[in-house]
Design a protein around this ligand. Sequence first.
Ligand code: GLY
Ligand code: MN
Ligand code: MN
Length: 463
Amino acid sequence: MFSVDTYVSRRDVLRSRLSSGIVVMVGNQEAPRNYLANTYRFRQDSTFLYYFGISQPDYVGIMDIDEGEDYIFADDLSMDDIIWTGVLPTVSELAAQVGISRTYSLSNLPKVLSQAISKGRKIHFLPSYRWSTIMMLHDSVGIRTLRVKDYVSEELIRAVVSQREIKTDEEMVEIDNAVDITFKMQTMAMKMCKSGVAEREIAGTIEGIALSHGAGVSFNSIVSINGQTLHNPNYNNVLQDGRLLLVDCGAESVNFYAGDQTRTIPVSGKFDNRQKDIYEIVLNTKLNAEKIVGPGMQYKDVHIAAMKCMAEGLKSVGLMKGNVEDAVAQGATALFMPHGLGHQMGLDVHDMEHIGENYVGYDSKVERSEQFGLASLRMGKTLRPGHVITVEPGIYFIPELVANWKNESKCIEFINYDKLLTYLDFGGIRLENDVLITDDGSRQTGHYHTPITISEVEEAVGQ
Ligand code: GLY
Ligand code: MN
Ligand code: MN
């Protein structure tokens, strides 16, 4: 938790950006895995954490914009709870830590909100990603569950995004810390990468690092020799010489801020020539993008510049052909990289994605494209100091996608399908770092350099 002042001033800023009404922020409840008492590890809702700081389940925060008062609704533990969980701080003790003195039992929430509604006051809430939150809103504001999404407050969405997306110095300490733990995860994966080792051994070990230094992982780790599957959730394979291992992982700092890095490692310890060629194209694309990011630049333009760089590289190895500008304009590079160059990162690894990707990643100047590949770009808008973004180009050889495009003779003037068919056993390469936009450019997050050049990675594998 940060100091009291942080939470008070965050709520003051939010209040100053809203016209009137009542803001309801519903914290998360426990989520059962298979029966009620066996739950997933609890993770508080990030927006609740940001404004109300309390990382316990079953809390609701209210901000009265007109009266300038904030309230917490939650219940103290019963004796039955204490027997199982031990003594925890009371609701009023936790509320005091975030500068709130008015606390009420959760059972009062429907009454308070229905009184406000009957006076014609606006109730602001954000989109929900959990049914328990939707049910809580249904119970307390009386909207049918399937209609709750129709009543979210666009004014609140815009105000929260505009505030949360600019990271403060104390938030950067957390993000740097999360990235430092992520560095430890990545370098451990490199150390363990060896023929005969199972993917799950590496996944288990690096997720243990996240838990032992911070709050755990910021998303389920991707540890796979099938890197062509973008978010491969399985750890069923055993590493074999000749294959590449893609590791995309991130830790959360103790205050729940995310890290997110990807490296791709040769199992044998040495890249072969074909792997080297593709790796250099991805690395060059990433370094180029990191060189040009800075305030005032639209991230969509950085993505497009990255695709041109990648297309030049793919042309140089004979996988693409023709005019690079035209190839990128027509979306031909999306066959190799069907995702965006990056996303914002903060309390969520894809920051605020549940609030609405277009509010987070786009604005009135930059519209989301509908073109395959570019449509998946989560962050396209103008970069500002305080934005934390990922830069994560990749080249993937996805046999099903190649077959699909080839059958349709898609982008035939830009893609050398004959050569491409010889790469279907390649897998995929992605390289990812997290970057802070500063007043005069950008800086890498974290205090350590995760090996990334061919020689650095070859030196780190198995060491
Ligand atoms: N780890 C998910 C991503 O890089 O977007
Ligand atoms: Mn990632
Ligand atoms: Mn990412």
